[in-house]
Design a protein around this ligand. Sequence first.
Ligand SMILES: Cc1cc2nc3c(=O)[nH]c(=O)nc-3n(C[C@H](O)[C@H](O)[C@H](O)COP(=O)(O)OP(=O)(O)OC[C@H]3O[C@@H](n4cnc5c(N)ncnc54)[C@H](O)[C@@H]3O)c2cc1C
Length: 438
Amino acid sequence: MSYGRPINPETTIVRHSGEVPHREIEVDLCVVGAGISGTTTALEAARLGQSVVIVDGMPALGGQAVNSIIGTFCGLYRNGTHGHRFTFGIVDDMLDWLERDEALHYRHGPMTTVVHYNEISLSRWVETRIDQAGVIPVTGATLRGVTTEGRRITALHLVTRYGDVTIRAQGFADCSGDAALTYLAGFECREPVEKIYGSQQAVVEGIKVDVEPPAREELAQRIAEKAEDYGLIRKNGLMFYFPGKDVAVMNMTHVETPLDPIEASRTGLIGKDQVDRGIQLLRREYPEIFGEITVRSYGLPGIRQTRWIKAKHHIVVDEVVNQVKFDDAIARTAWPIELHNAAEGFVWTTFDEDHTHYVPFSSMISPEADNLVAVGRCIDGDPAALSSVRVMGPCMAQGMAAANALELAGSGSVHQLDIGALQDRVRDNLDRTDGVAP
Ligand SMILES: Cc1cc2nc3c(=O)[nH]c(=O)nc-3n(C[C@H](O)[C@H](O)[C@H](O)COP(=O)(O)OP(=O)(O)OC[C@H]3O[C@@H](n4cnc5c(N)ncnc54)[C@H](O)[C@@H]3O)c2cc1C
């Protein structure tokens, strides 16, 4: 078929000049990391009229929420079977999008409301909204260096397969999960002394929709008894179902998530092997419902907690348990302590129905930097506290706060903000008590 066009047989001979191609961009805000934290930060900043660039080492946007197939938004609702929503703003549009796409399922109770979502629809929401907002994406771009002048970051230096990129900005948001920006800038960070495990997620298909799935406790019990026989490292697990559909997100594995480049690369191989073992267990132990399941897609290795910033405030687990409402609170949640600190399982400490704990702005800012705010997995807390406030509901609220804080700070310091003015801008995420999910 010629499509009516003659074929041009000519080619051009090229040779590398020895110079690495180099692009420079100057914006108001540079967001490093395009997961749920970075996406929310970038969209909120664009809504405020800022010029924004969003950078990610992966070739696609969406971070772990999309690419590791997390599959469920947690920490978004108050406890109880029909608690109100905790976080509003950008998330309203995201939930509307997923609902219109028939790509979400609200699971009410027994502890709280969680939102199961289809990761493909979520990826299209992220990409569409980032594009419509005029945010400049720089994907497949790894941080190589950071220029600082005194207490300010002035430029980032990135490596991509097509050449180098320098980004100059007034403000920077570290939404990298591993505090990559803060660490590379030379500011203090924390690493846990005790190992914290990640998980390899997968979407499985072929579930028999006319058979009742095993109850959570029964599934957990069976996995605990049989895990060793199948060579599974983790001895518990969950399946997130979509009613009436033959697919589920499987969360049954534990993998180490080291910060060493060679060791980190093995994580995905070990994780997929663990998924395959989980599939064998489910097929053989529950043949009626899972006898014919296969993996539709493996996520990228899911990383929970590796390195995070040392902030002005370090949230401790007692502040979570005792519901401390910080003077500079900017986000809230009631998600349990969910600390994956053992190969075979995790700490799971739930809270009462009327429990609310808070995230202070001071846990998002380094004492050493004036124009840097951390969001999401890399804000400051002890491992147990962080295991709650890093789930995606509060990540989105932190993103809203970070964008507003950096806009309010302008060319000044995030340490000299009018906290009341910041809180007024994110008031809904502190006080609203409506938004019960359908
Ligand atoms: C297996 C697993 C299951 C979970 N289950 C749930 C759940 O059910 N519900 C829930 O709400 N939460 C869950 N969580 C927690 C939640 O998913 C994460 O804490 C949250 O997604 C973090 O979002 P983020 O945007 O802060 O980080 P990420 O999504 O990790 O995004 C960080 C981004 O930064 C990029 N990046 C990192 N370093 C660099 C660099 N040097 N250069 C360029 N880019 C870089 C990464 O590529 C990545 O895209 C789970 C986490 C895991 C790992």
